[in-house]
Design a protein around this ligand. Structure first.
Ligand code: FES
Length: 218
């Protein structure tokens, strides 16, 4: 099959077997892919990449699932400002993954941050619908969009300052980091060098850097 995808920001059009796993494709075509294990899905985590922003074990992803995908290896991710946010968070918290799983954990953290981002954007969208008063959604408290259950009723209180504070909390990702999401993602790496509590702190710190940068741009 012909596989059209983006790898580390460059467009590729490759002829590959449709069931060839992504880690093999990367090793054959991308000389900077540093995977160093062949556990074949037993979650060593060393083959982790980002596919469309989500962490995935590349040894388990066949070519036929990748047409149009945007793939980022750790080497590609390291060149982005998003990686810099996570490195700053490691320094702030005074803890970081061991050398063996550094790349895998950093990619997983980025995947979690992307999920928090998405959830925050969704919540912000619902919040705005609840405050605009034009859609009808969220004002009755029946639909769930911007309803009291979601936002404690502040959206309809008429207080713009509390609404602004609420919007700022949503933008900061507050309340969207669930331990379940973290545990689910982190299970892709079998190395337990970092306690879950420290991981949460690192994710929080990295997300703050990301939010600050976004606020400066807007
Ligand atoms: S080589 Fe993919 S999880 Fe180990």
């Amino acid at each position: 099959m012909r596989l059209n995808c983006t790898i580390n920001g460059s467009q590729y059009s490759l002829v590959v077997n449709s069931d060839k796993p992504l880690n093999h494709i990367l090793k054959e075509h991308i000389i900077t892919f540093s995977e160093n294990s062949q556990c074949l899905g037993a979650s060593c985590g060393n083959c982790i990449v980002l596919i469309n922003g989500n962490a995935a074990l590349s040894c388990l992803i066949p070519a036929f699932k990748l047409n149009g995908a945007s793939i980022l290896t750790f080497e590609g991710f390291q060149k982005t400002r998003f990686c810099h946010d996570i490195e700053r968070a490691y320094a702030d918290i005074g803890n970081q993954p061991c050398p063996q799983c550094y790349a895998a954990k950093t990619i997983i953290i980025e995947s979690i941050l992307n999920k928090i981002d998405k959830e925050s954007q969704n919540r912000l969208g619902r919040f705005r619908l609840g405050t605009s008063g034009t859609s009808g959604l969220g004002t009755s408290g029946q639909s769930g969009w911007g309803s009291q259950g979601d936002f404690g009723g502040q959206a309809s209180s008429g207080s713009s300052s509390s609404a602004n504070q609420q919007a700022a909390r949503i933008r900061s990702g507050e309340g969207t980091i669930s331990p379940e999401i973290i545990s689910h993602e982190i299970a892709m790496s079998s190395c337990h060098c970092i306690e879950l509590s420290d991981l949460e702190k690192i994710i929080n710190a990295a997300y703050k850097y990301r939010s600050k940068r976004r606020a400066r741009r807007s």
